[in-house]
Design a protein around this ligand. Structure first.
Ligand code: AMP
Ligand code: FES
Ligand code: ZN
Ligand code: ZN
Length: 314
């Protein structure tokens, strides 16, 4: 097995590109794919300040590393979600990376800052954990980006994630979600611009990137996510990809090139939410007087903490 670029011994095969790569050329491929996504979708302009949401998993750590390597001013944000050991380990990996790199990292621990955690908030509000978790993450990512004056918020969603979400949205014809399933959403109405620079990289590639760069990441999946629909969609697409390499890429990028516009008409501004007011408690954009996050905090702060309840859905 030889590297496609230099003919030296290869360390990884990428079936989607029908090629093998040595360490250096694989790392370069990853950087090039991120740079291409940023350019093609106008995610980040030169000199802009970037906030990277870093979970401590392979994707967001690889993303942070690549952005720093490409020369972006990219600060990290990690949320302590209070999902038992999983959250503690995830945060520890993120902190270790930031310290090793001398990179700026902002930490918000839900228990310290709001007296809540994801399992307890999910229980108190009768939501599935991933729903309480998702709304908390979105709210805090937006808030930190807004307060810190960042130009863009980036997350580590990769090709496998986006293809699986697209698959789920298509299976149920969730046209409103399809309208917003873009690799970049413009800023508007109090929301920062949001971008997913890893859409051209698969999960296996971000994992290999971290291993080859010596970046330690949390390997376990979130215990609350086990058995959820999203993972089922991922497995279904994995099985198609195994027999037909490149299907995920064709599915997702075919959607962007040929179908996304049909759904996106009318949501170019304000991330799809027209005429938003401001939350009376926290000032976030909101259709109600008090935003969903502040209501979640009101209902769950001080509640008796619940044990982890695996098996969620989203
Ligand atoms: P997930 O929703 O767990 O698939 O994560 C999607 C993306 O959200 C990750 O790639 C990160 O960019 C971000 N993210 C997830 N969990 C956290 C966290 N605890 N702190 C900061 N960012 C996170
Ligand atoms: Fe949010 Fe698992 S990461 S519920
Ligand atoms: Zn090579
Ligand atoms: Zn609020």
């Amino acid at each position: 097995m030889k590297c496609r670029v230099c003919r030296e011994p290869a360390v990884i095969d990428v079936r989607r590109h029908n090629a093998n790569f040595c360490r250096d050329h694989f790392l370069r491929l990853c950087r090039d794919q991120v740079a291409k996504a940023i350019e093609d979708f106008e995610m980040i302009a030169p000199g802009e300040r970037v906030l990277v949401a870093v979970s401590g998993g392979k994707d967001s750590l690889a993303l942070w590393d690549i952005l720093l390597d490409l020369g972006y001013e990219a600060d990290g944000l990690v949320l302590g979600l209070g999902i038992g050991d999983y959250s503690d380990t995830s945060t520890a990996h993120t902190v270790a990376y930031a310290e090793a790199k001398g990179a700026k990292l902002q930490r918000i621990d839900l228990r310290e800052a709001y007296d809540i955690d994801v399992p307890t908030a999910a229980h108190a509000t009768r939501r599935v954990p991933c729903s309480a978790c998702g709304l908390t993450k979105r709210h805090l990512f937006d808030e930190v980006a807004r307060d810190g004056g960042y130009d863009v918020l980036v997350t580590g969603h990769n090709l496998d994630d986006e293809a699986a979400v697209l698959f789920g949205n298509v299976l149920r014809w969730q046209t409103d979600y399809l309208a917003r399933q873009l690799p970049v959403l413009p800023a508007g109405d109090g929301f920062p611009r949001k971008a997913k620079p890893l859409v051209r990289l698969a999960e296996r590639e971000t994992a290999a990137y971290c291993v080859l760069q010596g970046i330690d990441y949390v390997v376990e999946e979130c215990p609350m996510a086990a058995g959820n629909r999203h993972l089922g969609y991922k497995e279904a697409l994995d099985s198609v990809e195994r027999s037909s390499a490149g299907t995920k890429h064709a599915f997702y990028f075919g959607f962007l090139q040929r179908a996304a516009d049909l759904f996106a008409a009318g949501v170019a501004e304000g991330q799809g939410k027209a005429d938003l007011g401001r939350c009376a408690r926290c000032g976030a954009p909101s259709t109600a007087e008090v935003c969903t996050f502040c209501r979640l905090v009101e209902r769950s702060a001080g509640a008796e903490p619940v044990a982890l309840r695996p098996r969620g859905g989203r």
